[in-house]
Design a protein around this ligand. Structure first.
Ligand SMILES: [Zn+2]
Length: 307
């Protein structure tokens, strides 16, 4: 075989092979492409379905969260509404208190309006309350509290002034649980006999018993006075001065502020005295007066409460 013969044979074989391949390959690409397309479509559809499901799940979860948040918010609104109810009940009590104080203090009606109705309090809301309702309820309550607060402030100032006036009048007894042993005015002198003007009232006391200020004031004298022994004098600032004599000990100094009912001395029998007692005098604008005129005075507030 020649070289050319070998080459030609090979060529022919190659041609046959190529032809065969060409014939077969002519059908296969169609199948391949179809398969590829199917696979692609399937994949595409698969991806599409998966995407859709994911999106739906996402929306569902967001919806759930939204519902939860909404329910939480409503729960908070309802809790606030319940609190609002409590505060309204509180406002009711405050108004009732103001009304009672006004009545006790016999204050002019009209100036104080404690009867103004406030919203119903007590049990929480039976239905969901809207935020707008809650806001308006709170605003109303706020105004009510402010009004009540203003009224009570005025009331307090009035009662305080009245209390000051009352406390500045020597209307209490200078010793607790005692009784009068000697009254004001002419009487027989207990030491030397004969007629004598008794400038005060004597109260029975034991040595060391607390002697009490009969009204608010400032200690204007604390020391020994002839006949009176250890004496305390209180200036009440409204023309009244009270004097507490024969004490065993003085517990206040000049210039000290004392309140009605506070101790100013210990009872005793110093000075011109036959035994332990409290000698009590009231001076009105420099003139000695009968303390009984004041001792019988009762607080108008107390009288009202009792009545
Ligand atoms: Zn006396």
């Amino acid at each position: 075989m020649t070289y050319f013969a070998i080459v030609n044979k090979s060529r022919a074989q190659l041609a046959t092979m190529l032809q065969g391949a060409g014939q077969q390959g002519g059908r296969r690409p169609v199948i391949a492409i179809a398969l590829l397309l199917c696979a692609g479509l399937a994949l595409g559809a698969g991806i599409g379905i998966a995407d859709n499901a994911l999106l739906r799940a996402k929306v569902q979860s967001q919806q759930t969260q939204l519902d939860l948040a909404r329910r939480d918010a409503q729960r908070e609104v309802n809790a606030l509404a319940a609190r609002l109810g409590e505060l309204q009940a509180e406002a009711n009590r405050l108004n009732a208190l103001g009304e009672r104080l006004t009545r006790i203090g016999q204050l002019q009606d009209g100036e104080f309006d404690f009867n103004k109705p406030v919203g119903v309090g007590g049990a929480g809301p039976v239905r969901d309350m809207s935020k707008a309702e809650l806001d308006s309820g709170l605003a109303t309550l706020d105004a009510q509290f402010k009004a009540s607060g203003d009224q009570l402030s005025v009331l307090e100032a009035l009662l305080f002034n009245r209390q000051l006036d009352m406390n500045a009048v020597p209307s209490r007894e200078p010793i607790a649980n005692s009784y009068i042993t000697s009254g004001f005015g002419g009487r027989a002198d207990p030491i030397v006999g004969g007629k004598q003007f008794h400038k005060g009232i004597d109260f029975e006391a034991d040595v060391g018993d607390p002697v009490l200020a009969v009204a608010d004031g400032v200690v204007s004298y604390s020391g020994v006075r002839s006949g009176y022994g250890n004496v305390i004098e209180i200036d009440h600032g409204n023309g009244y001065v009270t004097r507490y004599a024969h004490n065993s000990r003085l517990t206040r100094k000049v210039g000290e502020l004392v309140r009605a009912g506070q101790e100013v001395a210990k009872a005793g029998s110093t000075g011109r005295s036959t035994g332990a007692h409290v000698h009590f005098e009231v001076w009105e604008r420099g003139r000695v007066v009968n303390p009984r005129n004041f001792l019988s005075q009762q607080s108008p507030l107390q009288l009202k409460i009792k009545g």
